[in-house]
Ligand binder design. Structure first.
Ligand code: TA6
Length: 296
């Protein structure tokens, strides 16, 4: 079943019990529950859901720029992480696959759209390109997949970043590791953006962590593990960077929409294409996809 609610959210539930909720503000997935009702995503108890600020949690969609925009770039007048997560998207509809056997829906796909005519005048002035975004959220008993298609609807090329800013809910961030990033080069945003080489096969989070791993083969699944067992495994297509973030206590205190202690129960592992700006010629399209498998 799929419901369009009057609080600006769309939710879907499978006969097997899994559910997903997407807020039309930013097309932000704000809940993903397994059949047993266990919530997989972190949304701050202080998150603002009225459209006045990007939602602190879930899966914010970052486009067309990740991080503070470069001063000498077409995105320079946009806010950090761009406008997609702070715009009102529209629900385009659902499609579901009927399994051959019991006629039950085994997966449901929800599509959302955002185009240049829908963003605010302020955003359009800041980034005057004709674009179309289609964001697909596909729920199955085994995974949650989200995919962003970027279309250049104008004649002039533009360049962009995309990043899916996953906030995962974890029992205790001091007990988890992030695996399959060993030997990868990363930019350490907590240490003067220095480029470093990852040496550990399971990154521990012991303080503020803000790293952008580069050239991560999308075919290499990245996992959040607890005592060696995967809590989440993220496979990607077209997304060859992975950002790992935890604000820790000092930064948590500075965020009005984040509880001081909440850093202990979350970690962000964010697939993206943010090493450089991807160029899209007029009329062309680009797609990036993540498939997240939870611990079942
Ligand atoms: O993804 C990591 C990051 O870029 C951090 O540097 C931190 O700024 C985080 O995103 C949250 O950014 P926001 O604009 O949502 O507060």
């Amino acid at each position: 079943t799929v419901n369009i609610n009057d609080n600006g959210t769309v939710d879907a539930k499978l006969p097997s019990g899994e559910s997903v909720t997407v807020h039309l503000f930013g097309a932000t997935v704000i809940s993903w529950k397994l059949a047993n009702g266990a919530e997989q995503l972190f949304v701050s108890s202080k998150a603002i859901l009225d459209g006045s600020k990007a939602i602190r949690g879930g899966i914010p969609v970052v486009f067309p720029v990740f991080g503070p925009p470069p001063p000498d770039h077409a995105t320079s007048k946009l806010p950090q992480h761009g406008f997609a997560r702070s715009s009102n998207w529209e629900f385009l509809g659902k499609s579901s696959s009927e399994s051959l056997g019991d006629k039950a829906d085994t997966t449901v796909k929800l599509d959302f759209g955002l185009s240049s005519s829908m963003i605010t005048e302020e955003f359009r002035k800041a980034w005057p390109y004709e674009f179309g975004l289609v964001y697909s959220v596909t729920l199955s008993p085994e995974s949650l997949e989200t995919s962003l298609q970027v279309q250049n609807k104008g004649t002039e090329s533009f360049d962009f970043h995309v990043l899916l800013h996953n906030y995962f809910k974890v029992p205790d961030v001091t007990k988890i590791g992030v695996t399959n990033l060993q030997n990868k080069t990363y930019i350490d945003k907590v240490d003067n953006k220095q480029e470093k080489q990852e040496t550990s096969d399971a990154i521990a989070i012991t303080g503020e962590t803000d790293r952008v791993y580069l050239d991560v083969d999308p075919a290499t699944p990245v996992s959040v593990v607890e005592n060696g067992k995967p809590l989440f495994t993220i496979a990607r297509e077209g997304l060859n960077t992975v950002t790992v973030w935890n604000p820790w206590l000092e930064n948590a205190k500075k965020m009005s929409d984040f509880g001081d202690e909440e850093y202990k129960g979350m970690v962000c592992v964010e697939p993206g294409a943010v090493k450089s700006f991807s160029v899209l010629e007029g009329g062309d399209a680009w797609e990036g996809t993540q498939t997240i498998r939870p611990r079942l």
